[in-house]
Design a protein around this ligand. Structure first.
Ligand SMILES: [Zn+2]
Length: 100
């Protein structure tokens, strides 16, 4: 619906990860709070001290994420996904180690 309305009015539409932690991430400095119960409507960032309205802070983060995705020409995230190391990917067998 939002995508359709954006197209109708000549606006840009960007979709972000629905599980992005927009509520508990400080829109000013990026610090992320571990837990934030729904009853918390306003909070102070423990990193930069900025006071946030829960919903306004989330809206700012959503806007920033949408713009980031728009600016990324390939439509991919700006950070590479973490790839777990393969067992025995690196290293030297003990028999090939440094001789003392
Ligand atoms: Zn902050």
């Amino acid at each position: 619906m939002v995508e359709y309305k954006a197209a109708l009015y000549g606006r840009e539409f960007a979709k972000i990860d629905r599980f992005a932690p927009t509520t508990k991430t400080c829109s000013h400095c990026g610090f992320r709070v571990e837990h934030m119960p729904l009853r918390v409507r306003e909070w102070d960032c423990s990193s930069c001290g900025m006071r946030h309205d829960r919903d306004v802070n989330a809206a700012r983060n959503i806007l920033a994420l949408g713009r980031r995705e728009r600016l990324n020409a390939c439509g991919e995230g700006v950070r590479p996904e973490r790839v777990p190391a393969v067992f025995n990917e690196t290293g030297t067998h003990r028999s090939e180690g440094i001789q003392k």
